[in-house]
Design a binder for this molecule. Sequence first.
Ligand code: FAD
Length: 487
Amino acid sequence: MTEHFDVIVVGAGISGVGAAWHLQDRSPDRSYLVLEGRERMGGTWDLFRYPGIRSDSDMYTLGFSFKPWTEAKAIADGPSILRYLEETVREFGIDKHIRYSHRLTRAEWSTAEARWTITVDKGGEEVRFTCAFLFMCTGYYNYAQGFAPEFAGAADFGGRIVHPQFWTPDIDYAGKRVVVIGSGATAVTLVPEMAKAAAHVTMLQRSPTYIVSRPAEDRFANWLRKVLPAKAAYGVVRWRNVLLQQFFFRIARKKPEKFKERIINMVREELPDHDVGTHFTPSYNPWDQRLCLVPDSDLFAALRSGKADVETGTIERFTPAGIKLASGKELEADIIVTATGLELQLMSDVPFAVDGKPIIWAEHTMYKGMMFSDVPNMAISFGYTNASWTLKSDLTAAYVTRLLNAMGKRRLRQVTPRVAAPVEPMPFLDFTSGYVQRAMAKFPRQGTRKPWRLNQNYTRDIMALKFGGIDEEMEFSNPEPGAVRAA
Ligand SMILES: Cc1cc2nc3c(=O)[nH]c(=O)nc-3n(C[C@H](O)[C@H](O)[C@H](O)COP(=O)(O)OP(=O)(O)OC[C@H]3O[C@@H](n4cnc5c(N)ncnc54)[C@H](O)[C@@H]3O)c2cc1C
């Protein structure tokens, strides 16, 4: 028998849990189900197990709007974030709606029936569900594999090669020489953490990244929690952080040279004896790629201590003893960690079809950063690249409930974004990073004007999604059978 739900949410990470909360809070009459492909919830915060795994944005904005973050650390470790998510699903009874080991493999929309029929891999068995609205909360990268460039001579290396996405507890690096390849958020997390036990850690990067230190604990927030109720304190700190982040982002875009100089000078103060020009001065402007945040200067402290160092250069090949650089220099290693990044992926590459026609996402334009032109009754949760993911996923979920409630009131079963006037296409994301550029050809585009433009700005999105209209270039159609008879 095929089970039917009003809404099916796919994915039980931050976005899926937030979506579930909004559905039951704002659209309580609708039935919903959360399908999670893995055996556990948490998504990113359960999958990644490498040493030191932590957020790189503050938990006052990475946390949900409806559940205060009350731990002392604002830059939190992975297990604490996972605990917060587990607590959320228990506290709000969301856990009863999640089915684990249910991986979506196919989705087909039928206008005649006004529903999606989805195929799900339930631990090897193929099962089907139907739903009126499909809410994709599957994150933005491939869970099955990370980005792993092929290095010449990798098979010759005598030690162990590890990708951080697949870290296992048996990886023992105590007293070992480690080379971490990469300069992104994962590399700057791994290096100081591994340096605590390893004999030595080298961060080997092809090119530098902007690195900024912030206190792990937010003293103002911790004080405010003592004098105000948790919810009020959380709201104040959340807004302060949103506005500060937007302020700094705007300055970085308006005065890139000045902003760049300020960041580099801060690194110089941290590392007076290092070659900051070579290792910490990127060729691009701040926010052309994601900035890396380190808590309490931990990376700089590891570098100052001599337990870690940084090398900037191109890999020629792996050797039995380590890595040979194009400069001729050799780095000896027992363990090589390839922190070379994620493979960006939209909706876990599941094939979609509308009335029998397969969807090619690159031919569709994103609507308000959550739906797609000509694709009915489907939304995706995709967070900000320049601020905490949850800020946007929260607004997206709230907007979806607005749409659902409007459909209910109007007795219309279908909502489809339709481009009503010419819209210039733009890439979905404008980061220059390799992992973004590699993926963009398969991604939908955004447009240069409303409502097809991705705002990447929380306050602008609040105005558009919370207070703005829902009819802009949105077609409400497909009357309920009863409504047709009544008319
Ligand atoms: C190491 C790391 C650190 C990060 N730190 C930050 C940070 O500090 N701040 C920030 O804003 N962002 C950060 N991010 C981005 C981060 O992924 C998001 O903030 C957030 O966790 C995304 O939540 P999500 O629920 O949308 O996606 P995910 O956490 O990726 O969860 C998606 C869920 O969907 C499930 N799923 C996928 N495909 C299917 C399918 N076909 N069928 C059923 N289930 C499926 C997955 O199993 C998973 O449980 C980080 C990412 C990484 C990798």
